[in-house]
Design a protein around this ligand. Structure first.
Ligand code: HEM
Length: 469
C-alpha cells in the first residue's frame, strides 16, 4: 500500500483489521499507548478503514499547519452522511467552497461578540447574575454544579445564536441537554463510531443506530416546535444565516441553518460547560490553586465591581490556569477526524488523498518527553520567573492546541476563553468552593473521565461558601 512506510498496528485480522482488540470506550488512551510501542505516527485498521494516527507535536503541526490545506477535509461517515448532514454542516462537512463560506459567515457573526468585548459582556452579565443567584440559593448545602453551569453556558449560546434565552424551569434547556447527551454518545469516538466501521450495523437496528435516530428526531422537533416560531433577533448568528437563504446564488437552505445551529449550540455549550465543571473539580481537590486565583482577583478587581474582560489581560495566574486546564483535561482528546483532500506529505510520510487522519491532542498534551509531570495540574508551567504569562510564541504555549489549528481550527476559541473568564472569575469573586464529602468526589485525573466527543468527569457535589460573610 502507499502507506507502507508507516508502521501498522498488529495483529490485523481479515475483515476486522485491529477492531477486535480495540476498546472503543477509551480510544484516546489506547491510541496513546500504541504510540509508545509504534512511534508517534502509525496506522490502524478498523474494519475497512485505514486510519493514520498522529500523536506528537511535530506530526500534528505538519498536518494541521504546514500541510493544512491538504489535511483540511473530513472523512465521510455513515453517521454524518445520514440525512445529508455532511452537506449542510460545519463540523462534518469536508473542505468545500460551501464549508469555507459557512465558516467565514459564522466567524463574522461571532466576532461581533467574541472580539466585540462589550457586547459579549452585555450578553453574559445577566446570566452571570442568574448563576450567582442560583448558587447563593443553595445556602451552603451540597449541590451538583453541572446543570447550573450547563444552563448558563447554553443560554449565552442561545443569546448569541438566536437572541433569546430559556427559563431554568422550562423544558427547553432540558431538551437541549438531552440532544447533547445523545449526540455526544453517537458522535464521540466511543462506541457510537461502530456505526461507521461496521457498515451493516445500522441494518440490524442496534442500539447505537437507535440513539442516532432519536438524536436526529429530537433535534428536528426542537427546531420545528421551539425555534421556528421564536422572534429571532436581527443581530444573531441564525438571523444572519437565514438572510443567506434568500440569496439564490448561495447553496444555503433552511436545512443548512438548522444543521449549523445544532453544530454551534452543541459545540459551544458542552465543551465550555465541561471545562468550567472540571476546573471546579480541580479547585476542590487543590484548594491552594483556588486561594491564589482569589488573591489575584481581590488585587485586580476587589469586591466592589464585577470582573470584566479588560481584567483578563492583567491576571496572569488566571490565564495560566486556563491554559493548564485545557492541556491537562484535553477534553476534546481526538479533535474531530480529518481527511486528506489530495495527495500530500505529513513530515516525510507520503499520504494519499482520502486518508482518514486522527489528531491525538491528548497524547501531545501529555507527552512525557516534553512536559514535566504531565499528569500534574501545574499552572506555574505557563508563568515566567516574574509571574508573567509566557508569550504566545513560547514553545509551551504553541504546544497547547486544545482548539486544533489551521483550516479547521475551532470557531469558538476566543468566545470560549472569554466566557470562561467572565463566569469563573465572577463565581470565585462571590464564593469559595469545597467538596461536599471529600471521600466521595471523583478523581480530578482526566484519565478517569468518560469518552464521548468530549470527555466528562463523574458527577459530583460541592458546597459554596459566600465570601461576603
Ligand atoms: C473549551 C472550549 C472548546 C474546545 C476545547 C474546543 C475544541 C475544538 C476542537 C479540538 C475542534 C476540532 C478542530 C479540528 O478539527 O482540528 C473544534 C471544532 C469546532 N468548534 Fe470548538 N471548542 C470549544 C468551544 C467551542 C465554542 C464555544 C464554539 C462555538 C462557536 C465551538 C465551535 C466549533 C466548531 C463550529 C467547530 C468545527 C470547525 C470545523 O469543522 O471547521 N467550539 N473545537
Amino acid at each position: 500500500s502507499e502507506l507502507s512506510g508507516i508502521p501498522a498496528v498488529k495483529p490485523r485480522w481479515p475483515l476486522f483489521g485491529n477492531a477486535l482488540f480495540f476498546d472503543l470506550t477509551k480510544t484516546h488512551i489506547v491510541l496513546t499507548e500504541l504510540a509508545q510501542k509504534y512511534g508517534p505516527v502509525f496506522r490502524i485498521k478498523l474494519y475497512g478503514d485505514e486510519i493514520v494516527v498522529l500523536n506528537d507535536y511535530k506530526s500534528i503541526y505538519s498536518a494541521l499547519v504546514a500541510n493544512g490545506n491538504e489535511v483540511a477535509g473530513r472523512p465521510s461517515m455513515y453517521r454524518t452522511e445520514h440525512a445529508d448532514r455532511n452537506r449542510n454542516s460545519i463540523v462534518w462537512q469536508t473542505y468545500t467552497p460551501k464549508l469555507k463560506m459557512l465558516r467565514k459567515e459564522v466567524h463574522k457573526s461571532l466576532r461581533m461578540f467574541g472580539d466585540g468585548l462589550n457586547s459579549l459582556e452585555d450578553k453574559c452579565f445577566p446570566e452571570v447574575e442568574a448563576l450567582i443567584a442560583r448558587i447563593r440559593d443553595t445556602d451552603g448545602h451540597p449541590f451538583d454544579p453541572w446543570d447550573y453551569i450547563y444552563d448558563t453556558t447554553c443560554n449565552v449560546m442561545l443569546l448569541l445564536l438566536l437572541g433569546v434565552r430559556f427559563s431554568y424551569t422550562g423544558d427547553e434547556l432540558t431538551q437541549l441537554k438531552e440532544i447533547s447527551r445523545l449526540f455526544n454518545h453517537t458522535f464521540g469516538s466511543g462506541s457510537g463510531s461502530r456505526l461507521d466501521v461496521i457498515p451493516w450495523l445500522h441494518i440490524l437496528r442496534n442500539q447505537d443506530f437507535s440513539v442516532l435516530k432519536s438524536a436526529l428526531k429530537l433535534r428536528n422537533s426542537f427546531w420545528e416546535d421551539r425555534i421556528k416560531d421564536l422572534p429571532i433577533k436581527n443581530d444573531s448568528v441564525v438571523a444572519d444565516l437565514l438572510r443567506l437563504t434568500e440569496n439564490p446564488g448561495i447553496d444555503v437552505t433552511e436545512t443548512t441553518v438548522k444543521e449549523t445551529f445544532t453544530n454551534l449550540i452543541l459545540a459551544g455549550t458542552d465543551t465550555t460547560a465541561t471545562a468550567m465543571t472540571c476546573l471546579l473539580l480541580i479547585l476542590i481537590h487543590r484548594p491552594e490553586v483556588q486561594d491564589r486565583l482569589q488573591a489575584e482577583l481581590d488585587t485586580v478587581v476587589g469586591q466592589k465591581r464585577k470582573p470584566c474582560l479588560a481584567d483578563r489581560a492583567v491576571m496572569p495566574y488566571f490565564e495560566a490556569c486556563v491554559l493548564e486546564l485545557l492541556r491537562y483535561i484535553s477534553h476534546v482528546p481526538l479533535a474531530v477526524p480529518h481527511s486528506t483532500i489530495s495527495d500530500t506529505y505529513i513530515e516525510e510520510h507520503k499520504i494519499p488523498a482520502d486518508t482518514t487522519i486522527y489528531i491525538n491532542l491528548w497524547a501531545m498534551h501529555h507527552d512525557a518527553s516534553f512536559w514535566n509531570d504531565p499528569w500534574v495540574f501545574q499552572p506555574e508551567r505557563f508563568l515566567d520567573e516574574h509571574g508573567c504569562i509566557l508569550p504566545p510564541q513560547h514553545e509551551f504555549r504553541r504546544r497547547v492546541m486544545a482548539f486544533g489549528a489551521g483550516r479547521r481550527v475551532c470557531l469558538g476559541e476566543v468566545l470560549a476563553k472569554n466566557r470562561l473568564f467572565l463566569f469563573v472569575s465572577a463565581i470565585l469573586q462571590n464564593f469559595s468552593f469545597e467538596a461536599a464529602d471529600i471521600q466521595s468526589i471523583p478523581d480530578m485525573d482526566p484519565r478517569t473521565y468518560s469518552l464521548g466527543l468530549v470527555l466528562h468527569p463523574g458527577r459530583f457535589k460541592l458546597k459554596a461558601k459566600r465570601r461576603d460573610r
